[in-house]
Design a protein around this ligand. Sequence first.
Ligand SMILES: NC(=O)c1ccc[n+]([C@@H]2O[C@H](COP(=O)([O-])OP(=O)(O)OC[C@H]3O[C@@H](n4cnc5c(N)ncnc54)[C@H](OP(=O)(O)O)[C@@H]3O)[C@@H](O)[C@H]2O)c1
Length: 334
Amino acid sequence: MMQNLRLTLKSRPVGRLGPEHFDRVEEDLGPLEDGKARVRVVYVSLDPAMRGWVSDDTKSYIPPVQIGDTMRSLGVGIVEESKTDAYKVGDWVSGTPGWTKYIDVAPGDISVVPQLDRIEHYMGVLGLPGVTAYHGLVTEGQPKDGETLCVTGAAGSVGSLVGQIGKAHGMRVIGIAGTQEKCDWLVNELGFDAALNYKTDDLSKGLAEFAPDGIDVHFENVGGAPFKAAFRNMAAHGRMIFCGFISAYNGEKDPDPVDMTTIIRRRLSLKGFTMPDHYAAYPMMFQELGKLLMAGKLKYRLDIEEGLENAPVAFNKLFDGSNTGKLVIKVSEL
Ligand SMILES: NC(=O)c1ccc[n+]([C@@H]2O[C@H](COP(=O)([O-])OP(=O)(O)OC[C@H]3O[C@@H](n4cnc5c(N)ncnc54)[C@H](OP(=O)(O)O)[C@@H]3O)[C@@H](O)[C@H]2O)c1
C-alpha cells in the first residue's frame, strides 16, 4: 500500500508559526477512485500570505484553513496514476496541493502545465510571484518609460521580478532590501539602478539622492520603515501599489504611523490588490512573463529546503529575511 504524509493545522498561532501548530498525519493511500488522478508533489511553495490563512480572519480575501485540514499551499507535481482523461501519467501539474506528499485530484482541481526546461519556473516567474509582480506593476502601476520605481522587499521573489519588469519598461529602479549581499545582487546581477539596505542605510537620504524629483511608482511588499521612507519621498501624482505588508503579519503594531495628509498634499493614488481576484488574466500574464524569461530579462533564484516535515520551521525564513530567493520545500524528486 502506498504511504502518504500530510501536515494538518492543529491550532492557530499567536505570533510566529511553528511545528507545534501542525499534526503529522501518516496514512495508507487506498486505491485511486475512478474519475481521479494521483499526483506526487514535487515542490510546495512557502508564501508570506500563509500566515494569514491560519488566522481566524473570515473577512480576508480567502477563507481561513480549518483546524484539522491539510495546510493550504501552492505547489507543483507529476501525475503518477490516472483514471480520468483529464490527466495522463507523467503530466506536470500546478495548483494548490497543500502540505502533502500525494493528492488525488478530480478534473479541474489542478492545471496541467507545459513541460519546460525546469519545473522550478512554475514556482517563480511562471508561478504566483510572477503574476503578482506583473499584475501589481503593469496592470495597477501603469509604468512609463523614464519614470522612477521604488520596490521594497526588493530581493524577494515578488520584489526582484517587479524591479526587472520595471527595467524592461524603461524605468529607473531602486530596491530596498535587508542585507548588503541582497543589495549587491540587485544591482550587479539584476540591473537595478540602485539598492538601499534598510538595516544600515539612511533611507530618506538615499531615496532623495536617487530620486530628487520623487518616486513615481512605489511597489510595497513589507511595510514598516522602508514603506514610510518611500511614502515621504513620493512625487506629486505618484502611484503607490500595495502588494504586501510582511512586517505586520505576525501581529506587530507600528507605533509611528505616517502622516496621511501627505496623500492629499502630493495627490497620491493608493491601490491594494490580491491575486485571487485576477485568475482570468493569468494566461495573458504567463505569456508576457514567458516572453521576458526567454529573452533573458527575468532572473530569479530559489531557496530550496528539503522535506515536507521541515515546512513549518523553514516558513519563518520569510520573516527573518534569511531566504535568498523564492522559498520552496522540495517534497520529492521530479
Ligand atoms: N497581493 C498578493 O496577491 C500577493 C501575492 C504574493 C505575495 N504577496 C506579498 O508580497 C510580499 C513578498 O512576498 P514574497 O513571496 O516575494 O516573499 P519574499 O520577499 O521572497 O520573502 C520575504 C522577505 O521580506 C523581507 N522582510 C521580512 N520581514 C520584514 C520586515 N519586518 N521588514 C522589512 N522586510 C522584511 C525579508 O527580506 P529582507 O532581507 O530584505 O528583509 C524576506 O526575505 C509579501 O508581503 C507577500 O505577502 C502578495
